[in-house]
Every structure is written in structure tokens, then in C-alpha cells.
Design a protein around this ligand. Structure first.
Ligand code: ADP
Ligand code: 5GP
Length: 208
């Protein structure tokens, strides 16, 4: 019996380790990572269709009007959105799809598709978060401060997620996320075919 895949949304503080955790998940499992569209310019080394689909604002707006995004949001002056077709296609083939997106988009996904599993990835403390942001070395001190202030806003959205995972020890964190994804498969919404076949069998056995 083929079961459809689950939709997993991972968001959380900048510097909490989302990229690191998602990379680890993609190494060992047959998950599919959705590639978002964005209007921001590619960073050095980024390739169209690999990190993002890089679109003009005009093209992005057109796709919003055509209803081609599962969710979209403006973040730091740029638009970001999840193309719908890829997500539904992979899930219907039984693949689990992972979205690594910011909080406004994550909450939109939940509104549109209540079965999505929302995971918020947090660092064990604000001090550890600060150290990780500094240690990553991709932001200057002013940007580090801006991201930490943004994390303060995100704390207020944490209780709207289904799961909060603390990324303290990386292996433990990756295993916890894998376990959550396994459990998402055990929900009744994933077992509709099974429920229907039990019902059918009961009818054939004249039990109902
Ligand atoms: P995000 O994608 O959430 O912004 P990153 O994956 O870039 O965060 O991680 C931020 C920094 O923290 C990186 O330098 C990464 O190597 C480091 N990091 C991630 N997870 C851990 C962990 N569990 N322990 C220590 N350092 C970590
Ligand atoms: P960056 O520009 O650093 O790649 O991404 C900025 C933020 O946008 C990150 O928090 C990232 O998770 C988020 N993001 C990436 N793709 C999407 C998307 O499709 N939708 C939403 N809502 N956020 C996204």
C-alpha cells in the first residue's frame, strides 16, 4: 500500500543550525528539499535552480497571481516563495518534502495545509546563538546584532509550531528531527488507505 509523503517545515533562529541539520538529513535519507524562488541576487557560488530559482520581482509577482506558490513572504526586502507543484508531486510519489523557510511562511503553510509538521530549531541559549553567528563568519557585527534581534521576535512565534528541537549536540538533534519525521508518518491522516481497506474488509466479512 503506497502512503503519501509528509511535508516537514523547518525554521528557526538564524545561526541555530538549520542549514547544517538539513544538509545532514539530505545526506542519509531519501528526503526531497524544496528549492524556493527568490528575488534576491545570487551570492557568489550560488546557482540558479540549485540554491534558489532567482527571479525578477515582476516574474515573482506574476507567479503569485497565478497561484504558483504554496506560501510566500517578504524577508529583508526580498521575496521568497515555495513552488507548489514540486511539493505536491513529490509527496504524491511518497517522498517526504522538507521546506527550510522563515516563520511567516511556515505559519502560512500550516494554515493552508494543516497536516504539515512544523519544526522550530533553536540554539540552547541566546549566548550560544551569538557565538555560532560570530563563529560562522558570514555576517559583520552589525548583521549579527540584527539577526539576534530578529531571533527575539521569533521567540514569540515558537509556540505556534508543532515541535521545538534544541540543536545542542548535532547528532542528537539530527536524530530527533528524523524521529519526528518518522512519527509524522504514524498519524491517522497518513493512514487513510489503511483505514479504508479495513472498513472494506469488514464489509466483505459482513461484520458491518
Ligand atoms: P542557520 O542555517 O540556522 O542560519 P547554520 O547551519 O549556518 O545556521 O549554523 C550556524 C553555525 O553554527 C555554523 O557555523 C555551523 O557550523 C554551526 N553549528 C550548527 N550546528 C551546530 C552544533 N550542533 N554545534 C555547534 N555548532 C553548530
Ligand atoms: P537567505 O537569503 O539567507 O538565503 O534566506 C533568508 C531567509 O529566507 C531564511 O530564513 C530562509 O529560511 C528563508 N526562506 C528561504 N526560502 C524561503 C521560502 O520559499 N519561503 C519563505 N517564507 N522563506 C524562505
Amino acid at each position: 500500500m503506497s502512503e503519501k509523503g509528509v511535508l516537514v517545515v523547518i525554521s528557526g533562529f538564524s545561526g541555530a543550525g538549520k542549514g547544517t541539520v538539513v544538509k545532514r538529513l539530505m545526506e542519509n535519507d531519501s528526503f526531497r528539499l524544496s528549492i524556493s524562488a527568490t528575488t534576491r541576487a545570487p551570492r557568489p557560488g550560488e546557482q540558479d535552480g540549485r540554491e534558489y530559482f532567482f527571479l525578477s520581482r515582476e516574474e515573482f509577482q506574476k507567479r503569485i497571481e497565478e497561484g504558483r506558490f504554496l506560501e510566500w513572504a517578504e524577508f529583508s526586502g526580498n521575496l521568497y516563495g515555495t513552488p507548489k507543484d514540486y511539493v505536491w508531486e513529490q509527496m504524491s510519489r511518497g517522498r517526504d518534502v522538507i521546506l527550510e523557510i522563515e516563520a511567516q511562511g511556515a505559519l502560512q503553510v500550516k494554515e493552508q495545509f494543516g497536516e504539515a509538521g512544523l519544526i522550530f530549531l533553536a540554539a540552547p541559549s541566546m549566548e550560544v546563538l551569538r557565538k555560532r553567528l560570530v563563529g560562522r563568519g558570514t555576517e559583520d557585527p552589525e548583521q549579527v546584532s540584527r539577526r539576534l534581534r530578529q531571533a527575539v521576535d521569533e521567540i514569540e512565534k515558537m509556540d505556534r509550531y508543532d515541535y521545538i528541537v534544541i540543536n545542542d549536540e548535532l547528532d542528537t538533534c539530527v536524530e530527533q528531527v528524523r524521529q519526528i519525521i518518522r512519527m509524522l508518518h504514524e498519524r491517522p491522516c497518513q493512514k487513510r488507505e489503511l483505514i479504508e481497506s479495513l472498513r472494506e474488509e469488514a464489509r466483505e466479512m459482513k461484520l458491518s
